[in-house]
Design a protein. Structure first.
Length: 648
């Protein structure tokens, strides 16, 4: 059997009385890609820090293959403030603790190490291949100020520089802590493809479930201080975890019956005979502890009564906003109009720096537009979760933070929850509720912040990157809450899975005030782009075929996809139309049949064209027919979207 890259055996880690994990064991083989899942505070980051030598452990054994080279992405990377971006990316690690550098280098002294890298630009030497590669990767992550000092970067920019630096080392084993945080969708999809094609092993903590599903071939989960392994991707993990919980439910029922019998025995037991039954008493307490753990192992659901919301939500009326910079104006929105509907759930996506956060700050009044106004309904009560709004008194206890806002939460239908019960729904155990805030992990602080937003009974939730640093279990709770939320929602997020489950349409910020409104979720949006690109490619191929057969001018295809936008349509004269006429309904039903038929015909013709057996006449005839189909599909698809928009 081949030696694994990493073998962990009987590892235990605790902080005082808090045991994170106990006697856990797992290995990482060559090319094995493992996703690590656990709720916040269960020890995910601690485990990665232990493996990379940044933190000690109580007992157990960690063995790396001799000469193994490890690349490690810290959740919150730091560099000396005067280090340039390029220096950081090329691996100047002389400032790190020696034990960490040793782990990152590997044990083979003949292999090049990051600390041996010379920065050619500073020595007056033409840029090396390493420097060129570093600049290419940095550019993929939208970092182009190569000589900028790291002390001038935001936390998100610093994380991207550190990620580029890790990829530059070409390690045998990649250990990544939340690599998709602070990446926009374009960067995330690039990294997803990059890691999928690599030959290294991977151990990764991330909440991005599409990322887990497409990159990882094994999931390990820390739960109740132990570890569970699932030999498959995220979808496989979901299926098998449910089976495990169902089995656990059967075991729990048997354990509860036994517990009741043992409890009766304990109550009857005379004090004088207690020493004679110590083994049975110890077994009783073990069983009690196991049941307590199982109560927190299952999934949870939460629904809170939202405040009454009227028919008028808000209207964006001729909104314009821009920022002046030395390199010119950055436009956020320009003459933007929108009518928000009751119970609408909108997702906002786009690359970093396109104005998503500025837009929602204007909506809730934290930022003023240059011109135009937001007309907000009188019944609207905003609940705002921001990227930088998490501020707590570290000396307060968790329960006190929530009770300062509300002692009791109205769940609707006459049901109420105490602050403590509410916190339990968000996975804060009674013991954790009495911890001081300064003891919470980053993800737990995010979870607490989310609780403080939701318990105020808003009817319009505005969530700016709510998924960052939240564990998957909490995300499931939040998704269920938002799906059943009787109010309006706007979510800014780079989490594709989250957006697909929560929102019903998207605003896509493309930069310089170009905003597209798409009637669907993220996966549908990406599919529409790919479908459009395929049509453009087919149109170009047809044009080339016709050029050979008839020698006309080659048709030029557009490079940017354009789709109808509801933001524009809602202020057009036809926007007041709320339902289809009888003839329009029949037209929509007809289009539902015509479009698939045309697409099937197009696919069949393209297959025939690719055979290479057609005569010149057949080639010309079928190419012309494909051209007709493409034009018909464009026209019918546009009409279908218009009618679908009216029908809701």
């Amino acid at each position: 059997m081949a030696t694994p890259n990493l073998q962990v055996t009987d590892l235990t880690k605790s902080f005082g009385d808090l045991v994170l994990f106990e006697n856990i064991s797992f290995g990482i083989a060559e090319r094995q890609r493992i996703g690590l899942i656990a709720k916040n505070g269960a020890g995910k980051t601690t485990l990665l820090n232990i493996l990379c030598g940044k933190e000690g452990y109580d007992s157990g054994e960690i063995v790396f293959r001799n000469g193994l080279r490890v690349g490690y992405l810290d959740q919150h990377p730091r560099y000396p403030a005067d280090t340039t971006v390029l220096e950081a990316c090329l691996g100047r690690w002389d400032w790190l603790p020696p034990n960490v550098v040793s782990r990152l280098r590997g044990n083979d002294n003949h292999r090049p190490t990051p600390t041996q890298t010379v920065i050619p630009a500073q020595a007056g030497i033409p840029q090396s291949e390493e420097e060129l590669l570093a600049k290419q990767i940095l550019t993929k992550f939208k970092i182009t100020g190569f000589n900028q000092r790291t002390g001038e970067l935001s936390g998100g920019q610093l994380k991207r520089v550190a990620l580029a630096a890790v990829l530059m080392t070409e390690p045998d084993l990649l250990i990544l802590d939340e690599p998709t945080n602070h990446l926009d969708l374009e960067m995330t999809e690039w990294l997803e493809d990059y890691l999928s094609r690599g030959t290294y092993s991977l151990l990764m903590v991330t909440h991005d479930r599409y990322f887990l599903d497409r990159v990882c071939n094994e999931i390990i989960e820390i739960e109740n201080k132990t570890i569970y392994s699932y030999k498959g991707n995220y979808n496989y993990y979901i299926e098998k975890r449910q089976e495990r919980l169902e089995t656990m439910g059967m075991e729990r029922e048997r354990a509860q019956n036994l517990f009741r019998k043992e409890q009766e025995w304990m109550r009857r037991q005379p004090q004088a005979r207690a020493t004679k039954a110590k083994a049975r008493i110890d077994a009783f307490h073990d069983l009690e502890q196991k049941l307590q753990q199982n109560r927190t192992a299952g999934d949870v659901q939460l629904g809170i009564k939202a405040s009454y919301i009227g028919n008028k939500i808000f209207e964006a009326q001729h909104i314009s906003k821009k920022f002046s910079t030395p390199n010119g104006d950055i436009k956020i929105v320009e003459d933007f109009n929108y009518i928000f509907s009751r119970y609408e759930k909108m997702g906002i996506i786009g690359n970093n720096g396109t104005g998503k956060s500025t837009f929602i700050k204007m909506l809730i009044g934290l930022e003023q537009p240059d011109s135009g106004q937001f007309d907000v309904g009188e019944t609207i009560k905003f609940g705002y979760y921001s990227q930088d709004g998490m501020q707590f008194d570290d000396k307060m206890k968790v329960i006190d933070v929530v009770q300062d806002i509300a002692e009791v939460i109205d769940m609707g239908d006459g049901k109420k929850l105490t602050a403590s019960q509410f916190l339990q729904h968000f996975l804060f155990t009674p013991e954790k509720q009495h911890d001081f805030v300064h003891k919470l992990s980053g993800g737990e602080r995010r979870r607490l912040y989310l609780c403080t937003v939701l318990i105020k009974n808003p009817n319009f939730l505005v969530l700016d990157e709510p998924t960052n640093d939240l564990d998957i279990i909490t995300l499931n709770v939040l998704e269920d809450y938002l799906t059943h939320f009787k109010g309006c929602v706007i979510v800014v997020s780079h989490d594709r899975y989250f957006m697909d489950k929560v929102v019903d349409h998207l605003l896509i910020f493309k930069g310089q005030a170009e905003i597209q409104d798409f009637p669907g979720n993220y996966t549908q949006y990406r599919a529409s782009i790919k479908n459009y690109e395929l049509k453009i490619t087919a149109k170009s191929s047809v044009g080339a075929t016709l050029a050979v057969a008839q020698s006309p001018t080659v048709v030029q295809s557009p490079t940017v996809a354009h789709f109808p936008t509801r933001a524009t349509a809602r202020v057009a004269p036809t926007a007041q139309k709320t339902k289809l006429t009888f003839n329009e309904k029949r037209e929509l039903e007809s289009l539902d049949k015509e479009i698939p038929a045309l697409e099937a015909e197009q696919a069949a013709l393209e297959q025939e064209l690719s055979t290479g057996t057609l005569s010149n006449d057949d080639l010309l005839q079928k190419s012309q027919r494909i051209q007709q189909i493409i034009e018909a599909l464009d026209e019918k698809s546009m009409r279908w979207l218009e009618l679908s928009e009216i029908s809701g």
